[in-house]
Design a protein around this ligand. Sequence first.
Ligand code: URP
Ligand code: ZN
Ligand code: ZN
Length: 473
Amino acid sequence: MSYDLIVKGGTVVSASDTFVADIGVADGRIVAVGRIEEPGRKTVDARGKVVLPGGIDVHTHFDMPFMGATTIDDFSTGSTAAVFGGTTSIVDFAIQRKGKTFRHALDDWHERADGKSAVDFGFHMIVTDFTEARQDEMDKLVDEGVSSFKLFMAYPGIFMSDDATILRALMRAKDNGGMICMHAENGSAIDVLVRKALAEGKLSPEWHALTRPMTAEAEATHRAIALAEIAGAPIYFVHLSAGDAMEEVRRARERGLPVFAETCPQYLYLSHDDYRRPGFEGAKFVMSPPLRPKGNAERLWKGLARNDLQVVSTDHCSFCMKAGTNQPGKELGKKDFSKIPNGAPGVEYRMLLLWDAVQKGKISENRFVEITSTAPAKLFGLYPRKGHLNPGADADIVILDPNRPHTFTVKNHHSAADYNPYEGVTVKGSIRDVFSRGEAMVEGGKWAGKTGHGKFLKRAPAFLGGSVSASQL
Ligand code: URP
Ligand code: ZN
Ligand code: ZN
């Protein structure tokens, strides 16, 4: 056997096991795991290091127009940040414009990503206008590898779908194998609270959170689960933030329903207190759902360990605080919190933040691999091509140095955002090398890749004739 690459002697971590082994790569795929005696064209010494499957972040917003601005990371800077953070695949959200076809949105997002992305990329479709014609088009998209669709129960007038539309989408997804991804917040109730706050002159960033209570998320989660149960379809909750919403997911799963959820590092590491930072600094953390009060994160950590939550993604949606080179930033809402573009950068920080949680005993190293790579691959039709390091998989390999600390700061991150939500936080571990389909992207912490290396990922409908069953997750 001739190997293009051998990763030698590292501690390989999978979703179920930890063992010392060599990994042999040929033609971009893993072909051997074990003891390899033959030489490879290139050998990387991984002794004393941790060898992981490349991170899969199924929730990014690169180059996305939203709330009067466009996210500051395009597919070039966003995917570069992803690679440096140990993430080798992303699934980004294309947006259907009202009155327009899904095809139109897909072409638009291909234009944004093709030839620019350093990491392999797939698309979810954000559904804003689900007419009869779009139902047929949804089937076609699934066939073409865009097998998941995000609907919103929030942002009335922009993205929000009513219950009838949500039910129709779920029913269609049941038949075509698509996965409905839900933004669960009661947008109508939130709208009332926002208008009242503004009328009372409550304008600071903290009011973003005070007008989006946990109950609005828990209620919408409960309602969406009921609609999915009526349709007999699986459902996946994006950016779940509230312990009470997680309880709804836990109860549904206990009843055997195919209900899944992701949370994001910001809900595990940051809190409502961050909105009380001096001046306008709280705007850095304006996102929806908002950061929750202290104590909530401990519930989410427990939920992650118990598999009430299956995935940690980032919801990377970066805006600058000040106007960027060509974009307005968070300052759009300086005098009115409801105008602050929602979202924060995250794609580069996820793997190391969660690895730190392994060091602190919150989750096991195997659970770490499951929630950052294996489970997202299974849920979104990328398994068995991605999400593990067994022979046959794409050689997306991350080598982490467990003894070299990393400090998060705007000075060393690769996002174009002008702030880092975790500024000054030091974690135990750093990303040393990253390979995507066997090609070096980062070596010794330095860029070694090609922009535009990333390929479009045609994803399978995960639970329809796929290689995964809902009960495995
Ligand atoms: O605040 C957020 N999460 N911005 C991105 C859009 C979304 O809802 O995911
Ligand atoms: Zn959302
Ligand atoms: Zn999002």
